[in-house]
Each structure stands twice: as C-alpha cells, then as structure tokens.
Design a protein around this ligand. Sequence first.
Ligand SMILES: *Cc1c(COP(=O)(O)O)cnc(C)c1O
Length: 399
Amino acid sequence: MKFNPADNIQDLQYFGEFGGVNPSISDSSTYTFLSAKTMFDTFEGNMEGCYLYSRHSSPSNLYLDKAMAAMEGTETANVSASGMGAITPTLLQLCGAGDHIVSSRTIYGGTYAFLKNFTPRFGIKTAFVDITKLEVVEAAITPETKVLYCETVSNPLLEVADIAGLSKIAKKHNLTLVVDNTFSPLSVSPVKFGADIVIHSLTKYINGSSDTVGGVTCASQEFINQLKDVNSGASMLLGPTMDSMRSASVMKNLRTLHLRIKQHSLNAAYLAERFEKDGLKTVYPGLASHPSHKLYASMINPEYGFGGMMTVDVGSLAKANELMELMQSRNLGYLAVSLGFFKTLFSAPGSSTSSEIPLEEQVEMGLTDGLIRFSIGLDNDIKRTYEMMKACMQELSIL
Ligand SMILES: *Cc1c(COP(=O)(O)O)cnc(C)c1O
C-alpha cells in the first residue's frame, strides 16, 4: 500500500475515558500506584502503560506522539513545548564534546544561533554549508562528524534539500541525518528518502492556529528512549515538556491538516504564478524557475502540493516595509513572523526571523533586503486576494 501520511493519521483511533470521541485529557502531573513495587518498576521504565510523572510522559502527549509518528512513518515520537525544545535536545543527545555537525547554512534563525553560538560552549562545532551542493556537504565531513542537519525546504530562501542524496552521504560516513520538516508536513515524508530523525515545529502548519508553540522529534524507539532516559536523556533532563492541555488541543487541530495544506498549496501556487508573470522576482518551489523544482516535484506526495511558503523580492527594505504595511491595512494578511496560519502572514526575514545571521552571511546566501516571506493563508477566493495585492503593489510602483 502507498504511504500516505494523512491516511496514517486518520487510521488511528482513540476514545475518551467515557467513550468520548476525543481522548481524555490527563490533567495531572503525578500518578498514584497501588503498590510500591510498581512505582519502582515504572521509574525504571519497565512498566508499559503506567505513568509516573508528566515530565516523563503523559497519556495526552503519547496520543500526539503516536499521531506524529504515524504521519512521518517513524517507530515513535516525542512532543515538546516548542520546536526549539525538540531541536536542541535532539542535537545534544546525538553530540558531545569534540563532536562535529555539518548543517545547511540556510536554516531557521534559532537553530542557526544554537549551532553557531551555543553548542561551541559544549565543545560541539558546526560547519555551515550550501546544502544543495552534495559534494560541498561531503567535503565538510570530518572524522568527528556525527550529524548531518537540514530543513526539507529551507527558511527563508526555500532551498530544497536532496534528502535521498544526503542520506547516501550520511550512511557512507555513519552520520545521523536529521531533517526539520516544518515547512512541508504531509507534502514531504523525509523518512521515505532515508532521513533518520524528523523534527517539526508544531507551532506552524501542524497546529495551524497560531495559538501555541510546540514541537516534535520523530525517530526510532531506541533514540526516543535515549532522549527520555531518566539518567541521561536530554529531553528528560532539560525538561521542554509539552503540557497535556496543549497536546490535546494540537491533536484536534491536526484533524484538518490535510485540508489546510492542500488549500495553502493551491493559494500559494496561484499567487506565485501570477506574481512571476507580472515580472516580480518570485521564489516558490512549484515554479519551473525554482532551481530545485524538478527535485522537489519528485519528492512530494503530489496531492498536498508545493506548500504555502513563497518569497517575493520588491527591491529594498523600505519598499518591503511599505508594501507589508499597506497589505495589512487592507486586511490581506498580518505583518507577523511565523507561518501556517489561516491568514496570510508576511515579514522581511533579513530584519526579523533571520536577523541572527550576520549581514555578510545573509548577502552570501542570497538573503536580500527587499525579500518578503509570505505564508499564504486559507483565503477562499485567491483571485480576489491577488487583485487586491496587485493593487497595493501598483500603488507603491512595485508593479
Ligand atoms: C519556527 C521554526 C522552528 C522553531 O520552532 P519554535 O516552535 O518556534 O520553537 C524551527 N524550525 C523551523 C523551520 C521553524 O520555522
């Protein structure tokens, strides 16, 4: 049977304590035991189905873990309080003093800052490379390298990682390939192409309502056990635990993810095609002009499309700011960071989400001043949105 991430989610069934159609929320931090022996065994991790303390695990979080693992095709998963709360323990679990990471240079600003400024304090060094050039990636590997890190579709430049190619390199050098799939849930299933660990910021598309932060690490049972080990697990000991109320809430939003992704993709593809025809410098993986269009087309589960993220370069930061303010005043979207909301969100990444990246490096990677990153919303009539956006651009002499 063909792997379909949304079908895998749908095929899971959970009932609430009283036969409710939604699972019960475990509103407790600690759990009682009838016998002291069972408590000891649970602490040691030997009692399947028993709960001890909600930083270790809780029924609500395990439900969402299961759904995330089903979506990504991994044995299991571990949800966390934020995307960074998934990324940082995962990398600290995989690497110790003296170890080395090869990472894409176009990654989420927080991840970049963690690898560039924070992990060196623990003796972990990172080489940042152009992830689209496999020979450059391989050349950066040293005998100390443990991890190859990338985003499926990079933030904010929408570069596409050749996960199958990277996986070959990772296997050859015995590295763990970690892929942040935040921009492309359902569209891309990185495990199919050989990723070992898949991470999401649930804050974005998966939750989709911009009301919480959350994250998940999808991996083998063995690795998740390591993360959650009471004596040596980075997730257990650093403690970025998701609250049960939140995981129940994210779980309910997950029910519509497949519908939302399809609509985000349709709307973004429509706008990207029009804006490119109008002569704007538009980057969208669904456009034939995108350098990795063919590769990405071969990677996606086609029914979910090329995703809802696109960028447009309007020439200067001043113009970008003027346009974003005008579009917001016409209620075409919000001038806000983040993505995956029902409403279109736009920001200038150079001055916001990627501001951790030094200016000269921004220039080198093609992150220009006038770049606007759009997370296209669920607009019912995208043609109408296009006409209104175009009017804004014409008023500001961008078009
Ligand atoms: C937002 C984001 C993160 C960080 O997630 P938080 O939930 O904000 O901690 C990581 N990676 C990508 C690609 C993101 O967009």
